[in-house]
Ligand binder design. Structure first.
Ligand code: SF4
Length: 73
């Protein structure tokens, strides 16, 4: 897969995904399919869960492929 970095933003929360680090462990979509769905495009849907729940799931990514940035108002 091409090594890309994608950003998904909603209400000051940005989820960053780095394809080159992703181990396709499935932890993200098994944990929160409403947000992380590899069969959809874009595959991350920031409308699918609360900000807190998305952050909680991002923290479980074992490879560092997922990270997040919070932009304070
Ligand atoms: S949890 Fe991280 S490493 Fe696993 S599939 Fe999701 S983004 Fe990739």
């Amino acid at each position: 897969m091409r090594d890309v970095t994608k950003h998904y933003t909603k209400d000051g929360l940005t989820v960053v995904w780095k394809s080159g680090l992703c181990q396709h462990s499935a932890i993200c979509w098994k944990g929160l399919i409403e947000v992380f769905d590899p069969h959809k495009s874009p595959w991350i849907n920031m409308e699918g869960a609360s900000r807190e729940r998305i952050i909680e799931q991002v923290k479980k990514c074992p490879s560092g492929a997922l990270s997040y940035i919070i932009k304070e108002e």
